[in-house]
Design a protein around this ligand. Sequence first.
Ligand code: AVI
Length: 328
Amino acid sequence: MVAKLKIHNDCGLENEKIEFMHDVLVGLSSEKKKIPSKYFYDEAGSELFNQITRHPDYYLTACELEILRSFRKEIAQLLKKEPFNLIELGPGEGIKSRLLIEQFLSDHLSFNYCTIDISKNYLEQLVRRFNQQLPSLQIIAINSDFSDGIKWLGNKSKKRNFVLFLGSSIGNFNIPKSRRFLQDIRNALHIGDYMLISFDLRKDVDILLHAYNDSSGLTCAFNLNLLHRINRELQANFNIDSFAHYSTYNAHEGAMESFLISRENQLVTIASLNRDFMFEKFESIHVESSYKYLFSQIDKLAENSHFEIKKTYLDTKGYFVNSLWQAK
Ligand code: AVI
């Protein structure tokens, strides 16, 4: 049977370029320059991110795969009672969700797979791959941001929902934003619906520093690719070689923080914004924060967004958590 493909993109993506222009203008005009990390993921950035997830220094993906392999049977047991929508927010290459889907299919669970991503390119590749690898799977692909996509789904289906928010993606939001985001998801769900959400835990700082300064220079290329993207899409003239990648750990925030640092005094023109931006030597652009969690913070986030923590799945090193939440 051929899997069904529907890509829905009626959630207002036309404004994507305007939003990008706005965020770059505001970010580079601030006293402390910044650009949101969501703009890393153009085609080249997504490919670099895929390579990072396979690199041994970036331990996060290996830990999460170990957890999913160990506990997928138990998760399938929990879901077998009734038909459900498996909803994945930001599937990436779908390697993690595939582990669960294969288990669910082999246990004959009744479900369809809805995947939501801002990147149309990512979605198309994923759907093509899943159509080949998992031909009996019913797929709905929604090209939108997470909150719009989940609202759209909430209105469409009365079935039990099981949301996957994997890859420690929540870690790229600060704590207040995480809380608002999780409350939005909770509001789109029904009482009793489930969410499997992953968090990278606080750990030895050296391990964190290696993960975000990997020995092959992938993270460096990933961060600098943001300037390539601005050059291409907003007609800018960043000289990439005159910026350095710098990632460090902020112990008080509990976050890895990444910056691009200007190696010299320089003027950069962004033609589509009709603006020049001055960079002094050693001036930084903040490009990403990756929050690392204490167990108490995870408990508080669940409580504040009206979820109950049903299970906490850990990898053997104790680096990473997949937390199973149920909507209260
Ligand atoms: C997607 N996100 C959870 C990754 C992280 O660890 O913050 C993105 C990333 N940045 C550098 N390496 C990976």
